[in-house]
Ligand binder design. Structure first.
Ligand code: TMP
Length: 202
C-alpha cells in the first residue's frame, strides 16, 4: 500500500508520518518511510537545488521538471522496489505537491503536470492521500519557528493562500483517494483519525 501525506507548510505532516510508521511497525508491518523531493541519492541532490536560494531562482515550470526528475529516481530506486517487497510506503509529499505548488500556486500549466504524471508515474499512484489543511498564516508561523525559512516558505502569504485552495481542489476532485484532515487539532486527535482511516483501508 502506498500512502502519501500532503499539505502546506507547518501542517504537522512530518510528525504524523512518523507516528503512523511507528504504529504500523508495532502491528508487524514493514514500512518504507520516505519523502519528496528526495528519498534517493540523485533526488536528494535535486532537493538541495530546489529548496535553497532566491525565491525566483527557478520558474514554476522548471520546478515541476526538477521535482519530476527527482520523483523519477525516487520511484525507480525506492518506491517501486519497496512496494514490490510488500512494504507499506509512507511518503511525505508526492504528485499533489507539484500540482498544488507549481500549478495552482505558481501558475505552471496544469497540462504540463498532467503530462508529467502520465509519463513518469504511469500506474504507480497513491492508494490513499492524507491532505493536511491548515490556515497558511498559522502554518508559516509554525514552520518559521522551527528554523530558517526555505525558498517556498519565503514566497509570501498570497502564494500560500492559493496553495491551500489548490490542495482543497485536489482533494475534492479525487474523493476516493484523498481524505482532507483538519490540521488545526491536537497531535493526538489527528493521529487517532489517521490510524482509523489507515486501519480500515489496510
Ligand atoms: P518539505 O518542506 O515538506 O520537506 O518540502 C520541501 C519543499 O518543496 C516544500 O516547500 C514544498 C516543495 N515542493 C514543491 O514545491 N513541489 C513538489 O513537487 C514537492 C514534492 C515539494
Amino acid at each position: 500500500m502506498f500512502i502519501t501525506f500532503e499539505g502546506g507548510e507547518g501542517a504537522g505532516k512530518s510528525t504524523q508520518i512518523r507516528l503512523l510508521a511507528a504504529r504500523l511497525e508495532a502491528l508487524g508491518r514493514k514500512v518504507c518511510l520516505t519523502r519528496e523531493p528526495g528519498g534517493a541519492p540523485e533526488a536528494e541532490a535535486l532537493r538541495e537545488l530546489l529548496i535553497h536560494g532566491g525565491t525566483d531562482r527557478w520558474s514554476p515550470e522548471a520546478e515541476a521538471l526538477l521535482n519530476y526528475a527527482a520523483r523519477d529516481a525516487h520511484l525507480r530506486q525506492t518506491i517501486r522496489p519497496a512496494l514490490a517487497r510488500g512494504e507499506v510506503v509512507l511518503c511525505d509529499r508526492f504528485m499533489d505537491s507539484t500540482r498544488a505548488y507549481q500549478a495552482y500556486a505558481g501558475g505552471a500549466d496544469m497540462g504540463l503536470v498532467d503530462a508529467l504524471e502520465r509519463a513518469i508515474l504511469g500506474p504507480t499512484r497513491p492508494h490513499l492521500t492524507l491532505v493536511f489543511d491548515l490556515d497558511p498564516a498559522l502554518g508559516l508561523a509554525r514552520a518559521q519557528a522551527r528554523g530558517g525559512a526555505d525558498r517556498f516558505e519565503r514566497k509570501g502569504l498570497a502564494f500560500h493562500e492559493r496553495l491551500r485552495e489548490g490542495f482543497i481542489a485536489i482533494a475534492a476532485a479525487d474523493k476516493k483517494r484523498c481524505v482532507r484532515l483538519d490540521a488545526s487539532r491536537s497531535i493526538d486527535a489527528i493521529a487517532a483519525e489517521i490510524a482509523s482511516i489507515v486501519e480500515v483501508r489496510l
